[in-house]
Design a protein around this ligand. Structure first.
Ligand SMILES: C[S@@+](CC[C@H](N)C(=O)[O-])C[C@H]1O[C@@H](n2cnc3c(N)ncnc32)[C@H](O)[C@@H]1O
Length: 573
């Protein structure tokens, strides 16, 4: 099936020709498709349109290459449609011939794969159901007699942010509230449905119902009030609103809270500790359009140092202490290269890619992404240039990925050995871009003046960690000790689950202030810790056999506790 191509399309034989036919409105009579697999495993599809039959009697042959599988499928469809059109219009004896059956089979399997991918992407989206699964696991954990996690109920409190869809689904919660009256109320909120009623025989269903009817719709009950058999009006809440457990009392009404619903509300208490931190961070994440950020309840209030209470969560941008740097970052609009294409399917035709060094081995420009995922086509250190605010394309453009708000939930949790870490409660596919490193942007020379506790949170932006590469001009770093996002909790592993790459979209390459994007280096199972290699060049040296023994370990290096099989033993500080 493999058919190698001798030449690339000439400018007049571009992709747009393929979409519109040739200048006479004709279509090629033959199409041949082949697949090349790059050394990194990326597939590249090429379509050769052969033997154009022009009305003037001349023939020509040209090829085009496609790196996106869905484009290939669209092209295939278009090709067939157009063939039909041309046949119908011109009555020409045209045919599309594919080299052999294997190609047809390949298309069938590509379509199936594309469909599977689409399905998987839908499933990967953070959804209430995902959190529900997590909560269910927590519930089972809490029901274990020797469960360590005495706080599991508070997970449910967090979950209460998501409104119940039907009033009937609230009923078990009522019965669960009764469980508080029992002698041992370990996790009353987890007792649900029939099993909950079985465990609290002292109040039967009838009592439960009469209790319901005793409550006027304008009365909001606290579980404690119910457990005492007392109906008390809550003074400090708006009775039309359901109050989310563990959340401030200003929350919006739950859509399911209809007239006649009985809503149980904790007396509004000011948030403290972990709950307050989580609420603040979540608010900042939401304002940036990002998915939930959550602090695991393994982390107790006492674990949270004062500096984190003062930490400013910033999902998507750099902070500038120094106006001068902000001015450098905010370059004049005229300095941006912007493209005029609509869907930016071909990097070679995207004007904003003029300076991009992302190319294939034949020097053809490529986008760094394929189907919304990072395609690992570029060596570490090469910057990805995404479409920018002056480009004509919209947010659906396939070359806008790292700039999109984070769409996967993140949990900050306590690791066994390395302090706090980050993980995602849902499985992630290889190439998924998870976020960008944010914090205060500073000049490299100012890093030495930072307090020592900041050093572990400083990320250099110039790619000097890539051997043999030194950027000209200014160098900058990002310090996320005082402000930043979840990526500042990412620990080091000598066998990491993520990689980083530099990406530019808010400014231009020349100012050397790219963002650092974190991307899944392989399929990552749900809840596995997200890690990066703090010094990838050291890993390269290990591969070449010049690792642990020969490399000079810096006196400030830390003992590595990543417990990877091929741990280098230390981490750069
Ligand atoms: C960017 S922070 C990561 C978040 C940090 N664990 C926390 O609790 O804030 C980097 C610091 O985490 C610790 N760390 C990260 N990875 C480690 C590892 N593999 N072994 C030992 N300590 C690690 C080190 O103290 C390092 O300076």
């Amino acid at each position: 099936m493999m058919d190698m191509w001798k030449r690339s399309p000439s400018p007049e034989e571009s992709w747009s020709d393929a979409e519109g036919g040739n200048e006479n409105g004709e279509w090629p009579i033959k199409g041949v498709v082949g697949e090349e697999v790059d050394p990194d495993g990326t597939s590249r599809y090429e379509v050769r349109w052969g033997d154009w039959s022009r009305k003037d009697g001349t023939n020509t042959t040209w090829q085009t290459d496609i790196t996106d599988r869905s484009d290939l499928i669209n092209l295939w469809k278009k090709f067939q449609d157009n063939k039909r059109n041309v046949l119908a219009q011109d009555g020409l004896d045209m045919e599309v011939s594919w080299p052999d059956d294997a190609v047809h089979k390949r298309f069938t399997s590509l379509r199936a794969q594309a469909y599977e991918e689409k399905k998987r992407k839908r499933l990967d989206k953070p959804s209430a159901a995902d959190w529900d699964q997590e909560i269910e696991r927590a519930r089972r954990h809490a029901d274990e007699p020797d469960a360590e996690d005495g706080n599991a109920a508070s997970r449910l409190r967090v979950r209460r942010n998501t409104p119940r869809s039907t009033p009937s689904s609230d009923i078990p919660r009522l019965s669960s509230v009764k469980r508080i009256r029992g002698p041992t109320p370990p996790n009353p909120l987890f007792r649900r449905g029939a099993s909950a009623r079985k465990r609290s025989p002292s109040i039967g269903d009838d009592t439960f119902r009469s209790l319901m009817f005793n409550l006027s719709t304008s009365t909001v009950e606290s579980p404690r009030a119910i457990s005492k058999g007392v109906t008390e009006k809550s003074k400090n809440v708006n009775t039309n609103h359901s109050i989310k457990f563990g959340q401030a009392s200003t929350s919006k009404p739950a859509p399911s809270a209809m007239k006649g619903d009985v809503i149980f509300v904790r007396p509004a208490k000011p948030l403290r500790g972990r709950a307050l931190l989580q609420s603040n961070w979540n608010q900042a994440a939401q304002e940036a359009g990002a998915a939930d950020i959550r602090i695991s309840n393994e982390i107790v209030d006492g674990d949270i140092g004062q500096h984190l209470h003062e930490f400013k969560y910033m999902e998507r941008s750099y902070h500038f202490d120094n106006d001068g740097l902000q001015l450098i970052f905010d370059v004049d609009p005229g300095a941006f290269l912007a493209c005029a294409c609509m869907s930016c399917q071909r990097a070679s035709q995207c004007d904003c890619q003029a300076e991009s060094e992302v190319t294939n081995e034949r020097g053809h420009k490529l986008h760094a992404y394929s189907g919304g995922l990072f395609a690992f086509r570029i060596p570490q250190g090469v910057e990805v240039i995404e479409c920018n605010k002056y480009c004509r394309c919209d947010s659906l453009c396939g070359n806008r990925v790292a700039q999109k708000p984070r769409d996967i939930p993140i949990e900050i949790f306590k690791t066994k050995q390395c302090g706090w870490g980050a993980r995602c409660p849902i499985a992630l596919p290889k190439g998924k871009v998870l976020g960008i490193y944010t914090g205060t942007l500073i000049r490299r020379e100012d890093v030495d003046n930072l307090p020592p506790e900041h050093i572990g949170y400083v990320f250099d932006l110039d790619g000097t960690e890539v051997r043999g590469q030194h950027n000209e001009g200014d160098k900058f770093s990002v310090d996320s000790h005082d402000c930043g996002n979840w990526t500042r909790f990412v620990n080091h592993s000598c066998s990491p689950s993520m990689k980083v790459y530099s990406v530019v979209f808010d400014t231009i390459r020349e100012v050397h202030m790219p963002y650092v994007a974190f991307v899944a280096a392989r399929d990552i199972p749900a809840a596995e810790e997200l890690t990066i290699d703090y010094e990838p060049s050291a890993a390269e040296e290990m591969v070449e056999g010049t690792g642990k023994q020969k490399r000079k370990v810096s006196p400030t290096a830390l003992l590595c506790k990543c417990s990877a099989k091929r741990c280098r033993g230390w981490i750069k500080q």
